[in-house]
Design a protein around this ligand. Sequence first.
Ligand code: FES
Length: 194
Amino acid sequence: MAGATSAPGAGTAGGTAGPAAGRSIVAFCCRECAYTAADSSANARTPLPPTVRLILVPCTGRVGPLHLLSALAEGADGVMVAGCLLGQCHYREGNFNAVDRVAFVQRLLKSVGVEPERCRMFTMSAGEPPKFVAAVREMDRVIGGLPPLPRYTVGRSRTTAPAGGEPAMAHSGAPGDAGASAGTAAPAVARGAA
Ligand code: FES
């Protein structure tokens, strides 16, 4: 799993705070399409919400449910997977697998009382930077309309966001570290909504 970066154009001169200001969105982006589209939008100096952090992956088929759940458990309020158009995955079926996994995570979140729209899948070609920008802004809009995601940790009481403030995080790890701890965080989400 490649490293995490701030969204091109986010938090810089071009970045503008959106509805989800103060929140965190982790975007797993396929190198072949979404990340390239993000790069192009940055070159065009298109502003993106500063809430988003990009994680470069070789293909969305590389993103598993634990990556998504770990990101949520470790501080993200939303996660998105951005891949090639269906039928155009450079690894044939990677994005179809990603669609299934996102749907699985949505069902899992719903079953434990967490809003399923916190996890979304988007597809685009490398030549569609506006579609990438629209996807990020849509995610920012959705997350901005939801309450902060409560956090739970083993042996600790529930932590929630102070009124009008940023969510109090149970973990100090950056959302972009999700992939590195993918094997340990999923239970925290299940506990969080129990
Ligand atoms: Fe882009 Fe598989 S290579 S989703």
